[in-house]
Design a protein around this ligand. Structure first.
Ligand SMILES: NC(=O)c1ccc[n+]([C@@H]2O[C@H](COP(=O)([O-])OP(=O)(O)OC[C@H]3O[C@@H](n4cnc5c(N)ncnc54)[C@H](O)[C@@H]3O)[C@@H](O)[C@H]2O)c1
Length: 373
């Protein structure tokens, strides 16, 4: 941490679910001296500007990024629309917080990464689950060798289908809005972070789409990677659990096998359950999304950003956002994913989709053009 404390001018581009959460935190953080907002939806933007007492608002991200007050930019636009504001903000030399996935297209992701590297800006990606105490202590124990050499990692994520239904409804460009690219990326990032230093050299994956084809996406992708040192990594996700499934969004299990020990992580949130005659909130509730069924049973704490108490969000997204503000203002070294991590995660999640499409094993890394066959 440096001794110098700075006051930051922050631009938030995208005032939907996630942009709102991060902008509200900005207003509460003393080091953020100026807040500017951008969204093409006037009503969302104006409501958030009122709620956060924003200093400036516009429908044009170009206009916001050019403002002289801006030092740092949050890109919280929807998945297919990260590239243009990110490259412009990197060219302007601003520090960046980019929502996951870095992009939904291999060439766009590479272009974003290259502009971040060419401009030498500090850029982090919204892999929020890294900020949970449970995963931080796992990482610490792995780094300090408490289970010896890791030889295998097995993970499976089950998700409520509310997220894919709401996500694909926002666009007709659905080809890359797959379970791995949009959501499995969180579990993959976690496992790759926990296995830091190992590089995947081959992969085989399969997918199916029985329930979700009607929405323009797939149900599940299961795959297995081999790493450069022979470690096996089994990565499996389904985002097709019915709307009434008690997990609000994400339930995860990770087993990590070392030559001197094992770490077994149960993160399905089944340890806190509410069942009630009164319908429970969706947890995930983007503008205009009406779930088809009411949920009466809920795994409490299964909404990944956190939980509301007294009108405020408490949980991983609070830790993640505030520690980024500390990184900006006080130079704190934080466990955020880098732009390189974000690009790698997109390449690996898209490679899983490609292996499933080809029905064959793939050697890694792929060339960018391979993603467009
Ligand atoms: N870190 C996490 O845990 C987490 C959780 C959920 C979503 N996300 C990610 O956050 C991002 C946003 O998701 P969301 O759920 O908030 O979506 P959302 O649809 O609620 O909000 C996105 C907003 O971006 C705006 N937008 C799109 N293009 C724009 C442009 N060119 N200029 C200005 N505004 C524009 C839209 O009008 C919309 O209001 C996605 O990439 C998503 O995958 C991250």
């Amino acid at each position: 941490m440096s001794d110098e404390k700075k006051t930051i001018g922050l631009a938030v581009i995208g005032c939907g679910t996630i942009g709102r959460i991060r902008a509200e935190f900005a207003r509460d953080y003393p080091g953020i001296g100026w807040l500017g907002l951008c969204d093409i939806k006037d009503d969302l933007r104006e409501r958030l500007a009122t709620d956060t007492n924003a200093d400036f608002q516009t429908a044009s991200f170009e206009e916001l990024i050019k403002r002289p007050e801006v030092d740092a930019v949050i890109i919280a636009t929807d998945e297919n629309h990260h590239m243009a504001p990110t490259i412009m903000a990197a060219d302007a030399g601003h520090a960046l917080f980019i929502e996951k996935p870095l992009a939904t297209d291999a060439r766009e992701s590479l272009a974003v990464l290259q502009s971040i590297e060419a401009n030498g800006v500090d850029a982090v990606i919204g892999y929020t689950q890294r900020f949970r105490r449970r995963f931080l202590t796992v990482k610490e124990r792995l780094v300090t060798g408490q289970i010896g050499e890791v030889t295998g990692v097995v993970t499976r994520a089950i998700m409520n289908r509310m997220v894919p239904i709401a996500t694909v409804a926002r666009t007709n460009q659905r080809e890359n809005l797959t379970p791995m690219v949009v959501s499995g990326t969180h579990a993959l990032d976690m496992c790759m972070w926990l296995m830091e230093g190992k590089t995947p050299v081959s992969l085989y994956a399969q997918s199916n789409d029985k329930a979700m084809a009607q929405y323009g996406t797939k149900d599940s992708t299961f795959g297995i990677f081999t790493m450069d040192d022979g470690t096996m990594f089994s990565m499996n996700i389904s985002w097709a659990a019915p709307v009434i499934w008690p997990g609000a969004v994400y339930g995860l299990e990770i087993g990590i096998i070392g030559d001197k020990g094992v770490i077994d992580i149960e993160d399905t949130h089944r340890d806190m359950i509410i069942a009630s005659e009164i319908p429970q909130g969706a947890g995930y509730a983007p503008e205009g999304f009406e779930p088809e069924f009411q949920r009466h049973v809920d795994f409490m704490t299964s909404y990944p950003p956190g939980d509301i108490y007294n009108g405020q969000l408490w949980g991983p997204m609070r830790e993640e956002t505030f520690s980024w503000y500390q990184r900006l203002c006080a130079g704190l070294d934080t466990p955020h994913a880098t732009a390189q991590d974000g690009h790698r995660n997109l390449m690996l999640t898209m490679a899983m989709d490609l292996s499933a499409k080809r029905g064959e094993r793939i050697d890694l890394p792929l060339e960018i053009d391979d993603y467009y066959e």
